[in-house]
Design a protein. Structure first.
Lengths: 209, 81
């Protein structure tokens, strides 16, 4: 455990060294930060915008904006959390531009029937993801999460896919911790409910202990 | 604990951030409530499937192109300052 904690400390101090070098104008130091996080930013952006071209633009715009505003990053949070905040804002702007109603907001808090206790609960196959090939599975997962409101899928992606803590997610999205928890619960339950039809056990076994 | 109470605590239970007494109550509920047992397991599985998925991975060629473009723009911005 002590070794793991030391490694985390080393990573953070190494990252601050890169940020400080980039602040002083060292583009190669910033390039290392890009290589560290561009895959994450792309994934977050595509989850929010639901559009690959927009996600490509967000990756470029978010890193460029981060580079230009590095002076404002004081190191009170992790560089990655600060970067995610920029990427989420850029993604939401793209999403609003594509929507005619332009009302996309992280404040939306929509009650649906899926939030209540399901009446019929069927268990899933033992390894449901193996029922489909990689392409089919990706399509199922993508369509399912895209059906969620932007505010729910953004919280789910940051917390459960990217592994940010509840506090980091709240900071990146400018939400309170109870708001993050409430959206996360509902996102998880709605995804579970929607995946049911793809993953439920065809033999009707209930998998009870 | 009712099923609705269980549902309210599910996220903290899955994230292992519950206090000990609530966790014990919740696990006791899971022992006899089959619906909640299945919901708990399949919600956990939902998270794992998304976490382990290959959804929206950045292909190497696109990644290289994006990195080159960003670095070049950063160098341009640096010169203009």
């Amino acid at each position: 455990m002590a070794i793991i904690q030391q490694n985390v400390k080393d990573t953070v101090s190494d990252e601050m060294a890169l940020v400080n070098a980039a602040k002083a104008g060292d583009v190669s130091a910033f390039e290392q930060l890009i290589k560290r996080y561009d895959r994450n930013v792309f994934r977050i952006a595509q989850h929010i915008t639901q559009n690959r071209e927009d996600a490509e633009d967000v990756v470029q715009d978010a890193f460029l904006k981060a580079f230009e505003n590095l002076e404002q990053f004081q190191g009170n949070s992790k560089f990655y959390t600060w970067l995610v905040r920029i990427a989420v804002n850029e993604s939401l702007m793209k999403l609003r531009r594509r929507r005619t109603d332009r009302t996309v907001s992280l404040d939306e808090d929509i009650e649906t029937e899926e939030d209540s206790m399901p009446r019929e609960v069927a268990d899933w196959s033992p390894n449901p993801e193996q029922l489909y090939n990689q392409g089919e599975l990706n399509e199922i997962l993508s369509k399912t999460i895209n059906g969620l409101p932007a505010s729910f899928r953004t919280v789910f992606v940051l917390r459960d896919v990217e592994g940010l803590s509840t506090e980091e997610t709240a900071e990146a999205l400018d939400l309170s911790i109870p708001a993050v928890k409430s959206r996360l619960l509902r996102a998880r339950l709605q995804l579970r409910e929607r995946l049911n039809k793809f993953f439920r056990n065809p033999k009707g076994g209930d998998g009870h202990k | 604990m009712t099923c609705s109470d269980f549902l309210k605590e599910l996220t903290d239970y899955l994230d292992d951030t519950l206090d000990n007494s609530t966790r014990v109550e919740l696990e006791d509920h899971l022992h006899w409530c089959h619906n909640c047992y299945v919901i708990c397991n399949t919600t956990k599985k939902t998270i794992e499937i998304y976490r382990d998925s290959q959804l929206y991975t950045l292909p190497d060629d696109l990644r290289n192109r994006l990195e080159t473009a960003i670095v070049s723009k950063c160098k341009g911005r640096k010169k203009s300052h």
